[in-house]
Design a protein around this ligand. Structure first.
Ligand code: ADP
Length: 586
């Protein structure tokens, strides 16, 4: 290899780099064969297998299935292609999957080094695919409906549209589906469901609506809230029909009764639904157009929707259509946009997927759409700051407590998200620790992810845990003893907590995760009516334009309750599809 480098250096003195790559003595690059290596990703060990000839990487195969299924799979596919094209392991990470991408790059580097490669030389002679790109062709496609965004709302609408036999396309700008929906960990709020009845839980849609209004500080649009609550039981039945059952019911902050519906095995609801929706779409033969970003909505002379412009990987599209369903999500990953409405949030970490940049809001506004509650942005109180990973509400719902750096509780941990976030920000250092025990871990599958991602600190005793956290052991021991007494008496004399007190924290080992608030949900967005029609600044529907999910405003008001985002996407995703189907049928 030394000989090669000196040859390269010598050649560089005489000719340009492009001529050089042709001039490379091919036989010296690799020892032909297939090489394997592994590296730790976010949740699993990522495996890379690379086959090389003497002068070329000929095959790259990556297994990242142990990571989150959609993201891991997409990152594996994308980076395998990129490494093969560039002929070096040093390629760009996939947005939204940085840790997985870094693991892939590390494993690919190790495999290639085992093949005798000098990575610096590979980098030097990387094949520049950018320059070789052919200009994109322009394509025009006629269809009835364009669904923009393949998160929960868009995929729900797509299943409905396909089941109704409609001609449509669904566009997703990222290389993977799921959006922010994959980040939802709790469940879906729904009232008067067959699961509640079977489990003896008394609830009513009026109570669900009242809780939602109260949680949203009554800023919500009461008609949208009533629609959400009244349609929620049907939505649960519909999820059953597509194999996405949510039978496990528990408590979530702001609800008067146990109302949040989750998967049976306690896994995160977002990934669960996105997996089921993807499987259903595949079964129905619907292909999501990935890497295809909608850039503009088109209207005819009468102001009716007539098309969408989009940029795909190989073509620029004009879709001629009669209706559009905007399901582009919120803008929590667009710092420029949220600081425009909320300058005080500058620099706050976000739990959002990278595609949540508010495109739908901007495109709809260009057609005169009205916006509601746009400055209402929810902080989630339990976000691990180095990874932006959200620690699900269920951890507190199942019995965890929050303590500050002094080792003391400082709030009712199950107040609404804005209240708990504000309480944390009032602590020294503006952070806290979420504390739980082995018993809680055994009952909540979501915790395994935090342990695998090495976010937890653990110890066999409370005192040992305190020492690791730099907390006075005596104070933390007293806090835990007091808490266990509260659970025993079912009376929180300190902060008035009344829920998530079914089990004490007495089973070692004990765990803690350092957390602080993060931007979680943009409650405001385009104004819609109960038929999911987008309303303009004159109070009139924009003909043919429908919207559902986080792109819209009005459902959540000033604070979204845990479990209501999933309710929103499924319920209004279905309504938007029904309205669009009816509209194009006219
Ligand atoms: P919701 O919960 O409302 O369904 P998500 O965040 O889950 O919202 O999904 C929104 C999806 O829309 C994301 O996957 C995001 O990448 C995608 N998206 C956002 N803007 C565009 C755009 N301009 N074109 C295509 N897809 C988009």
């Amino acid at each position: 290899m030394k000989r090669l480098i000196s040859l390269v250096v010598a050649l560089m003195m005489f000719c340009g780099a492009s001529a050089l790559s042709e001039a490379l003595p091919a036989e010296t690059l690799f020892t032909p064969g297939t090489y394997e290596a592994e590296a730790q990703g976010l949740l699993s060990s990522v495996k890379v297998q690379i086959t090389v000839s003497e002068d070329e990487i000929t095959d790259v195969s990556i297994d990242a299935t142990g990571e989150t299924p959609t993201l891991g799979g997409a990152a594996a596919e994308m980076l395998a292609g990129a490494i093969l094209n560039a002929q070096t392991p040093n390629v760009d990470s996939m947005s939204g999957a940085t840790v997985t991408s870094k693991a892939i790059i590390a494993a690919a580097t190790e495999a290639l080094e085992a093949a005798g490669a000098d990575i610096a030389v590979l980098d030097e002679f990387r094949r520049d695919t950018d320059g070789a790109e052919t200009p994109k062709e322009d394509k025009t496609v006629d269809t009835e409906i364009v669904i923009i965004g393949a998160g929960g709302a868009g995929m729900t609408a797509a299943i409905m549209a396909k089941q109704a036999g409609k001609d449509f396309v669904i566009l997703e700008k990222m290389p993977y589906v799921g959006g922010n929906t994959t980040k939802a960990t709790g469940g879906m709020n729904a009232s008067e469901t067959h699961y509640q009845k079977e489990q003896g839980i008394e609830d009513s849609s009026a109570l669900f609506a009242a809780d939602t209004m109260k949680g949203g500080h009554a800023l919500n649009d009461p008609k949208l809230v009533a629609m959400l609550a009244d349609s929620s039981s049907d939505a649960i039945d519909w999820l059953d029909t597509i194999g996405a059952d949510l039978p496990k019911i528990s408590f979530s902050g702001g609800a008067s009764v146990n109302r949040i519906h989750a998967p049976a095995d306690g896994s995160g609801v977002g990934n669960y639904l996105v997996d089921r929706f993807s499987a259903k779409l595949a079964e129905l033969g619907v292909e999501v157009m990935l890497n295809t970003k909608a850039t503009e909505l088109l209207v005819d002379g009468e102001g009716k929707i007539c098309g969408v412009k989009a940029e795909g990987p190989d073509a620029n599209y004009t879709f001629n259509c009669k209706a559009v369903i905007l399901a582009t999500g919120g803008f929590g990953a667009n710092e420029d946009m949220y600081t425009q409405f909320r300058p005080d949030l500058k620099g706050t970490v976000t739990t959002n997927a990278p595609g949540a940049t508010g495109d739908g809001i901007v495109m709809a506004q260009a057609l005169g759409a009205d916006l509601v509650d746009i400055e209402q942005i929810q902080l989630h109180p339990t976000v691990e700051q180095s990874t932006s990973m959200l620690i699900t509400e269920s951890v507190r719902g199942d019995g965890a407590i929050l303590v500050n750096q002094k080792g003391e509780r400082f709030t009712n941990e199950l107040l609404t998200r804005d209240a708990v976030s504000a309480a944390e920000l009032a602590q020294e250092g503006q952070y806290a620790y979420i504390l739980f025990d082995q018993n809680l871990r055994d009952h909540l599958k979501a915790i395994e992810k935090y342990v695998k991602a090495e976010l937890t600190v653990q110890a066999d005793t409370i005192e040992g845990l305190a020492e690791q956290l730099g907390i006075d052991p005596a104070v933390l021991a007293k806090t835990l003893a007091d808490w266990n007494e509260i659970v025993k008496n079912q009376r929180d004399t300190q902060f008035g907590r009344t829920t998530g007190m079914n089990a004490d924290l007495t089973t070692p080992p004990y765990y803690a995760i350092k957390i602080a608030p993060g931007i979680h949900h943009t409650m405001g967005g385009v104004k819609i009516d109960t038929a999911a029609q987008v309303i303009n600044t004159e109070g009139k529907p924009i003909p043919g334009l429908f919207a559902a999910g986080e792109v819209t405003g009005g459902v959540h008001g000033g604070n979204r309750l845990g479990g209501n985002a999933v309710a929103d996407i499924v319920i209004f995703g279905r309504i938007a599809a029904e309205s669009a189907i009816e509209y194009v049928g006219k």
